[in-house]
Design a protein around this ligand. Sequence first.
Ligand SMILES: Nc1nc2c(ncn2[C@@H]2O[C@H](COP(=O)(O)OP(=O)(O)OP(=O)(O)O)[C@@H](O)[C@H]2O)c(=O)[nH]1
Ligand SMILES: [Mg+2]
Length: 424
Amino acid sequence: MFIDDVSFHIKAGNGGNGVVAFRREKYVPFGGPSGGNGGRGGDIIFVGDEGLTTLLDFRYQKLIVAANGENGRPKNCFGRDAKDVYIRVPVGSIVYDLNNGIVIADITKHKQEVVVAKGGKGGRGNASFGTSRMTAPEICEKGELGEEKVIRIELKILADVGLVGFPSVGKSTIISVVSAARPKIADYPFTTLVPQLGVVKVKDGRSFVMADLPGLIENASQGAGLGFQFLKHIERTRVIVHVLDMDSKEKRNPYDDYLKINKELATYNPQLMLRPQLIVANKMDLPNANHKLEQLRKQIPDMPIIPISAYTNHNLDQMVYEIANLLDTVTIDQFKDDLVDQVIEYRFTPEQAFVIEKDEQGVYNVSGPMVKKFFEATDFTRDANIKMLARRLRNLGVDAELRKLGVKHGDTVRIFGYEFEFLD
Ligand SMILES: Nc1nc2c(ncn2[C@@H]2O[C@H](COP(=O)(O)OP(=O)(O)OP(=O)(O)O)[C@@H](O)[C@H]2O)c(=O)[nH]1
Ligand SMILES: [Mg+2]
């Protein structure tokens, strides 16, 4: 089965907590703070793998988690960092964050690595807070939470050239004679159910990747046949090779086929019509083929048409050569815009400051990623930690901003659901 669209949950590891501890050893006169830091939570990293061609492995996947970092321990022992989790995905995978629809990874190369969920940093233990003025700090941080996302992976296979055409025109036969790919070949429609990739070597040393795609029929762009699911795979090819059967048993005419397939491509995505196209007139060994080729040349005088027979291997070298020449005139970047609407490089949460909003009850709501980070790092069971949070918010400018907004002694300030009294 060919699976090219899956969604599931991912959760990177939380950072381990820092701890509070003091050294109390027999012969050490001044036992200082000795609580170690927590370890880092594991990242979830996607890696491009050219050996994979479908997302089948993810079919039953609901959740991928990375382990949490270990908590810090006394005697300055740091918690161990958790192992990162590496997940292999096929080259051509586009990863979306379903919360905002943004593309968080576009895996286009073998072994390309992208962190799709970042593990939390470990919290600091009290040993990290000791200074000459504060020799016995009772503060420690909780580990940062690992990122959690619902993602969708869409696979759009990557090939230089895509073979398109009606079923049974000979697409699979062509790829089988010009590359090492061995797809199933038969004279019934929709023999090919899964895109097949093959590397084609040109005699002059050039090479390119060809994709044999399942056959298209009229209204494929509306979902007829298998077409729709596979039309998207054409989007990422640089050159479209349009294969025509020059003597179809089904009494179809090559020119009509040509128009119909182009109409489906245009309906699916008008940008596809800007893609360089080359017509391959196949099955030239059949009796009526020469006559039909003459006609076709008159009907489409401005398009290059290459007559071949995949069956007798006639003219294959020329076909391969022409495809390679056409490929040399286009770079994938020319199509970048219509490939993925909005690609962003993976970035850590922007550490912007904070937002304060006053609601009808006169409560000041403080939010923002930085505040959230401090808040989550706070272990509220220790007074010293709460004081540290207050100090951090003050340093961030939260107090000053609250005052600007008119906060008074005794007013309520809400931070992520927790309410505090503002004390001046
Ligand atoms: N006579 C002749 N028959 C051919 C030629 N190329 C392919 N065929 C035959 O046409 C039939 C269909 O070939 P396929 O390669 O499976 O066609 P396809 O376009 O991949 O078809 P789908 O996968 O169903 O879309 C098979 O019986 C082939 O043997 C050719 O050059 N000449
Ligand atoms: Mg086929």
